[in-house]
Design a binder for this molecule. Structure first.
Ligand code: SF4
Length: 353
């Protein structure tokens, strides 16, 4: 029996009963794949169900405001993905009557949809012959075919994509892709792979050569960037200021507490805004409540939290208006809905402490 057939038989016996894959429908498969890129299945399922209840199809998602979509993304992080999902839904409705096109190149043109997601949706929903490559598949392939180079970086992506294409089961591309991901998640684990129960054990390079501990090779080149800054709580009566500042490096396009970075900054993209300097001029009137730590991709951020209570906000609001910065005042109960990031939770905790 060829290895693809063994893998398929294994998958049919062991596949998990996942609600988003029961029906071969592109929309829920797409949403679930994007959510799963950042969250484990168990944590993602209730959020997925909640999201699908509110936005059951691309039409409903396309009609919704960005704020509402972000609020339903709470708990998943990486909010640019939620913004892109909404933009892509708008294009699906406007260009393709709300359906996913069955062409890889067209799907790749949709906002926020990369190679992995496009291939996963097209193969799982439509059984089109596109092999996926995610972290789990890379590990399985690197061990199985004996890929002895670094698996990180664009060159490795190209080479491993070719290996994945060659290994694809053309009779069942959707099942095959899910089987590879499932094998990586449950059998070919990063530490201590369970080779004895693996359907690919017979032809596996790493198992045969005793190299399961050495493969895959992962050499990171990206450096961690540490930044120090301030995230401000600006209070008027019992409401708090949120702004939407398009030039900021993080939290783009969403309402957030004003923040900025200080000290020696690695490059221009982290420069504090004029409004942050404006707040700095009011520092003497504020009280620092403490510090919080936050990580975004390869950035380690440490913010001190000044709390500024204002009786009059005319100057501040006129500064925001003339700077073209959107703003709103929200009460403490709705802070986390209006600013749907774990940062809001951390700041609220420090404020209430
Ligand atoms: S035999 Fe072992 S190392 Fe090879 S694919 Fe299976 S679990 Fe991974």
């Amino acid at each position: 029996m060829n290895p693809q057939k063994k893998l398929h038989d294994w998958y049919l016996l062991h596949k998990r009963d996942l609600p988003f894959r029961k029906k071969k429908q592109a929309y829920p498969i797409w949403i679930s794949e994007v959510m799963l890129q950042q969250t484990r299945v168990a944590a993602m399922l209730p959020l997925f169900e909640n999201f699908l209840n509110r936005f059951p199809n691309p039409e409903e998602l396309a009609k919704a405001s960005e704020e509402e979509v972000l609020a339903h993304w709470k708990g998943l992080g990486y909010y640019s993905r939620a913004r892109n999902i909404r933009k892509a839904a708008i294009q699906l409705v406007n260009l393709y009557n709300g359906s996913f096109p069955k062409d890889l190149e067209l799907v790749l043109k949709l906002p926020g949809i990369g190679n992995y997601t496009a291939r996963a949706v097209l193969s799982i929903a439509y059984d089109l012959p596109y092999a996926v490559l995610d972290g789990n598949v890379k590990r399985v392939l690197a061990r199985y075919v004996g890929y002895t180079k670094n698996i990180l970086g664009p060159k490795a992506d190209l080479e491993l994509q070719e290996k994945a294409n060659e290994f694809l089961n053309l009779d069942f591309p959707g099942d095959h892709n899910q089987a590879m991901m499932e094998l990586g998640a449950t059998i070919c684990l990063p530490e201590s792979p369970k080779c004895l129960v693996c359907p690919l054990m017979e032809g596996c390079f790493a198992r045969i050569h005793g190299k399961t501990k050495d493969l895959p090779i992962r050499e990171k080149s990206q450096k961690q960037i540490s930044l120090q800054g301030e995230i401000w709580i600006v209070q008027k009566d019992d409401v708090y200021l949120l702004i939407k500042e398009p030039k900021n490096r993080f939290l783009k396009g969403m309402f957030h507490l004003p923040y900025g970075f200080l000290g020696e900054l690695p490059n221009n993209e982290y420069q504090p805004s004029d409004f942050f300097h404006f707040l700095g001029s009011l520092k003497g009137k504020s009280q620092t409540l403490g510090t919080i730590k936050h990580t975004i991709t390869h950035h380690k951020l440490e913010y001190s939290v000044p709390h500024l209570k204002l009786n009059h906000t005319r100057d501040l609001e006129s500064f925001l208006k003339t700077s073209g910065i959107d703003f709103k005042w929200v009460n403490l109960d709705s802070l986390e809905t209006e600013f749907p990031s774990s940062l809001a939770k951390k700041v609220k905790k420090i404020l209430l402490y």
